[in-house]
Design a protein around this ligand. Sequence first.
Ligand SMILES: [Zn+2]
Length: 426
Amino acid sequence: MNTDSATTEAVWTAVFCFFLLAHWGVKVWLASRQIRHVAAHQETVPAAFAHTIDLAAHQKAAQYTIAKTRLGLLSTSSSTAILLGWTLLGGLHALNHALVQLMGHGLWQQLALLGGFVLIGALLELPLSWYATFRVEERFGFNKMTLGLWVTDGIKGALVGAVLGLPIAALVLWLMEAAGPAWWLWAWLAWTGFNLLLLLVYPTWIAPLFNQFKPLDDESLKTRVQALMQRCGFQARGLFVMDGSKRSAHANAYFTGLGPAKRVVFFDTLLSQLKPNELDAVLAHELGHFKHKHVLKRMVALFGLSLLGLAVLGLLAGQSWFYTGLGVQPNMAGANSALALILFLSATPLVTFFITPLMSLSSRAHEFEADAYAVSQTNGQDLANALLKLYQDNANTLTPDPLFVKFYYSHPPANERLARLVPSHA
Ligand SMILES: [Zn+2]
């Protein structure tokens, strides 16, 4: 190696270490702020909610938020350590080396490396995932899952991931080898097509593997919902109730699917908590997202970002310092596509993390737009009542740290949201 590329390699390692540390440091700093802020405000219910939320509920929300944020701290630190283990400490290099010894070079070895990396990563995350469900969620009365269901979910998830993931991974790896210098454009087309296909088949083929979906059979509710959808000019294939209570007491409603496969799904937990008027308002909010094309905008942004990312990878994948700077010796005899993909996908979030506040800001703006639409179609007070119930049932804190909100919150906190719906909350 000449001095020039040795310097590039050292700079590359330094940039990686800088982002690894900065990403970890900012996350820890924000989480600590959130924990301190919530703890400092847990003794009094904010004035605007004094008549609607009692002290016990407020304190439960505070404790739950703190417990979840602490777990987040642990998970940030462990994933930072794991990433360091894969890269500079030589984990990925060792795995690649072992698989080359075992299988030789070729597409199968590349696929095994990618699959092995994903599988080992998932296994390393299991303890924290178990703790989140059976310790944190359990302690606050939200977990409805048995250990058996958790294990079957994990196995089913891995099988679905393998059935869907391995073919697209093989296609991308093959394109990286065979499609010439513009492989990244072809890979992007394949990736985008795959995602659109997923959206199409998810509601009908994949989601039912994990939950039961029954057509909504409450006739009066059905009539209301259909009237509302007609008023808003919305077409959907069907209205379904999902057995969300099988896993968690948290409530939700959502739209899923694409084009003709679009459907509305209510969690059974939502139906049991909200009055009909409130349910209308929540549904109108979801319709607002469609009216304003939020889903489409978000998809276009994500596809645009992935095109940019693949183009950058197209430049990096051919440089040997890209691998050696991150602790991996590239294969001299065979392909390095899987290594390039793994390193790139592991390192990118360290950088994109810093645009999180922009994504959150745009998402919160979308929530306000959807709320405004719901008010125009239904009733602001109904939506406010529904949101208050949901914030309370999900034990969302009413007093988050303002900076934490700016950075992460995809939905405006209760006080900001309700202030726009009901003037007395301002
Ligand atoms: Zn929304």
